[in-house]
Design a protein around this ligand. Structure first.
Ligand code: FRU
Length: 296
């Protein structure tokens, strides 16, 4: 263990293959830099559930003072979270929840509400409540993750009330990846003469679906909705007219570390922290980027 008097915190990150998670890590590191007495060990599971379980085992063996985890999938990471709790290590679960309440805290967005907001936006774009018409293609993130399920459920709750809206294709697990969404969109475009709206569970997949439609000469007339709203991608794509809107899904890294430190200092914390969301349309995107001239 490092020669430090302060707490050692293990952070298990599912992957850093997506800009959202790179930003997540940056914010966590920036927060950690404010506390030189704290040691943060970051393990990147590289999108592998097995590696993430092993990373967690490593933290437990090392008897870290607290663990932050943002799981690749829910069910398969649940046992090792329980194991950490059994070892007396407080576990803070960020973004994708697990299937046990033996955690110290969950921090994340309200994905069901985000899905419902996207559904309401879709209905508006397709003609308004009671009058909406069109074919929707939904691009799923990771089907074994809670955010994907909730983003689907929230959207479906709203959109299924519209008899004029139908869903195209069969649900495919695109694992949050742009290139897999591209492929799924190519498939569905082959079968469907007309698609009016694409709802993707994150911005990279909305962008991948857009690229597929553009390459087939069919992007015009399709509205694309995404989720995440980070300045370097979703917000720019909305400003540039590639996406109609995105919905903010705040990165939880800095808040996660603050909460863990509060807990280790013996202060009371909530069991759940719900991070805020907002719709980012073109006007909002321009406003956000006007204050961010530092972006590439
Ligand atoms: C990044 C990401 C985000 C998404 C979140 C859901 O890995 O796919 O784009 O909002 O995870 O857990």
């Amino acid at each position: 263990p490092p020669a430090t008097k302060g707490p050692v915190i293990g952070f298990s990150q599912a992957t850093t293959l997506e800009p959202w998670r790179i930003l997540f890590n940056e914010e966590l590191r920036a927060e950690a830099a404010k506390h030189p007495e704290v040691t943060v060990l970051i393990a990147d599971a590289n999108d592998s559930v097995d590696k993430q379980v092993a990373d967690m085992e490593g933290f437990i063996q090392r008897k870290v003072n607290a663990i932050l985890i943002t799981p690749k999938e829910s069910a398969q990471l649940t046992p090792v979270v329980i194991k950490a709790a059994d070892a007396g290590i407080p576990v803070f679960v960020l973004d994708r929840n697990v299937e046990t309440d033996r955690i110290t805290q969950f921090i994340g967005g309200d994905n069901r509400a985000i899905g419902a907001a996207a559904g309401t936006y879709a209905v508006k774009l397709l003609g308004g409540p009671g009058k909406a018409q069109g074919t929707v293609f939904e691009v799923w993130g990771g089907m074994k993750t809670k955010p994907s399920r909730d983003r689907h459920d929230g959207f479906y709750d709203v959109v299924s009330r519209e008899p004029g809206i139908r869903f195209a294709g069969t649900p495919v697990d695109c694992d949050w990846k742009q290139h897999l969404a591209y492929e799924a969109m190519v498939q569905v475009l082959e079968k469907e003469p007309k698609i009016d709206l694409v709802y993707a569970h994150n911005d990279p997949m909305a962008y991948g679906a857009y690229l597929a439609a553009r390459d087939e000469g069919r992007a015009q007339g399709i509205a694309f909705l995404g989720i995440d709203g980070i300045p370097s991608e979703g917000v720019r794509w909305v400003r540039d007219g590639v996406l109609s809107a995105t919905f903010l899904y705040k990165t939880p890294g800095d808040e996660g570390l603050r909460q863990a430190l509060r807990h280790l200092a013996g202060q009371p914390i909530e069991k759940t922290i719900t991070l805020p969301t907002q719709v980012i349309d073109k006007a909002k995107a321009e406003e956000i980027l006007a204050g961010r001239r530092d972006l590439p």
